[in-house]
Design a binder for this molecule. Structure first.
Ligand SMILES: *[C@@H]1O[C@H](CO)[C@@H](O)[C@H](O)[C@H]1NC(C)=O
Ligand SMILES: *[C@@H]1O[C@H](CO)[C@@H](O)[C@H](O)[C@H]1NC(C)=O
Ligand SMILES: *[C@@H]1O[C@H](CO)[C@@H](O)[C@H](O)[C@H]1NC(C)=O
Length: 401
């Protein structure tokens, strides 16, 4: 392994390699199976909910028929547990033949016929997290296999790997993906191997990168991730921008763990974070209110803002977090007033324009984001008073006058 690594690193340096695949100019949008469907391979007892091509195809169908695709949700992503336990005689990966009878190239054809793109999962280590064959020692052949199948997006995990090897291995995998000539989004869990990741190197290699724990279906996990971003841990916000994004993991909207207010929080905060929007929910059976949140055009427009500047927590006023994100056109600001405390009544809060960084002399027009309703004007000398629901958010834009 060491020898291979050294040779390839020389190769990468001498070609002046840096990520330039023209993809993910705004945060990727799509669906990812993991949070909702996990490693459920029991198609005998749980046929409608096990990880197999039928499930993936049904989600793709829903993305088209229920309007997600038209709003920009484009990637249909498979996570761990799609593989057969062994590579083939040529050392290539193969999908589990019982659960993916069309093979990955057959599935890719189906997904492409719907105007969507197919994402897949592998792991840099010797085995994936669920103990299927990993890519270590096979990076080149695996990159080529994905390209041959027509894969559009590769998520690469770090289970069962050595952190030192990962620091070499991810750039090498990025190099091999590039060498295939097929543009594929590269989604990396690489930062999770160290407490202080080198985000410059990560951004040079990856289109998006995971920053914290796997999302779980709970407010506890969601509020933990929001706090992690609120702390701007390791200065991560500075590294987001067109082509490369911090990834706080999947949207859990529409599942079991969040209240409606908490689902609004995730949607609003993922827009403030300029985060990839990867729904992990059963699209065949989603509550209309949750679907409406995932499809809210005003929120999606903020998430997908072309400037790609990640928002930050500016301050905290009487337990209400004040988050802002600069969006286009120039001078416009998206503001989220976030109540992470779940105490039993809405919190009335007064926040000054100054605390929100709203300094335009002529003032601003304010518009509530979720319903698109105008809510008045604000000058830089004024304050705004509003009630924010428990574990809820008040989300608005300020457009300069
Ligand atoms: C490979 O990298 C080069 C140099 O950065 C870039 O111009 C090209 O578009 C990349 N190709 C793919 C398929 O990612
Ligand atoms: C981080 O990575 C960049 C780009 O690869 C490199 O130039 C820099 O020296 C690295 N920084 C540290 C502290 O290792
Ligand atoms: C955020 O920072 C505070 C204060 O340093 C710390 O107590 C808390 O654990 C941090 N939270 C996360 C999720 O990193």
């Amino acid at each position: 392994m060491i020898c291979t690594v050294i040779i390839l690193v020389v190769c990468i340096c001498s070609t002046g390699y840096a990520l330039n695949n023209g993809l993910a100019l705004t945060p990727p949008m799509g669906w990812l199976h993991w949070e909702r469907f996990r490693c459920n391979t029991d198609c005998v007892n749980d046929p409608d909910f096990c990880v197999r091509e039928q499930l993936i195809m049904q989600m793709a169908d829903r993305m088209v028929s229920d309007g997600y695709k038209d709003l920009g949700y484009e990637y249909v992503n498979i996570d761990d547990c799609w593989l057969a336990r062994e590579r083939d005689a040529q050392g290539r990966l193969q999908a589990d033949p019982d659960r993916f009878p069309s093979g990955m190239s057959g599935l890719a054809k189906y997904i492409h016929s719907k105007g969507l793109k197919l994402g897949i999962y592998e792991d840099f280590g010797t085995e994936t997290c669920a103990k299927y064959p990993g890519s270590e020692f096979y990076l080149s052949v695996d990159a080529q296999t994905f390209a041959d199948w027509g894969i559009d997006y590769v998520k690469f995990d770090v289970c069962n790997s050595d952190s030192g090897d990962s620091n070499f291995g991810f750039p090498i995998m990025g190099f091999f993906l590039n060498q295939t000539g097929r543009p594929m989004i590269f989604s990396c869990e690489w930062p999770l191997v160290s407490a202080k990741p080198n985000f410059t190197a990560v951004r040079d290699t990856c289109n998006l990168w995971r920053t914290s724990h796997d999302m779980e279906d709970s407010w506890e996990m969601l509020s933990y991730v929001i706090e992690f971003y609120g702390n701007d841990t390791n200065g991560l916000s500075a590294y987001a921008g067109p082509g490369g994004w911090n990834d706080p993991d999947e949207l859990i909207i529409g599942n079991f763990g969040l209240s409606y207010e908490q689902e609004r929080v995730q949607m609003a905060m993922w827009a403030i974070f300029a985060a990839p929007l990867l729904m992990s929910v059963d699209l065949r059976d989603i509550r209309p209110a949750s679907k409406a949140l995932l499809q809210n055009k005003n929120v999606l427009r903020i998430n997908q803002d072309p400037m790609g500047i990640q928002g930050k927590r500016r301050t905290i006023v009487s337990n209400i977090e004040v988050w802002t994100r600069p969006i286009s056109p120039e001078g416009t600001v998206a503001v989220a007033l976030l109540n992470v405390v779940g105490k039993g009544m809405p919190t009335r809060v007064t926040v000054s324009a100054k605390q929100m960084g709203l300094s335009n002399t002529n003032g601003y027009n304010l518009t509530e984001v979720f319903d698109g309703q105008p809510i008045g004007t604000l000058t830089p000398q004024e304050s705004y008073t509003v009630k924010v629901n428990p574990s809820g958010v008040y989300f608005f834009t300020a457009n300069p006058l």
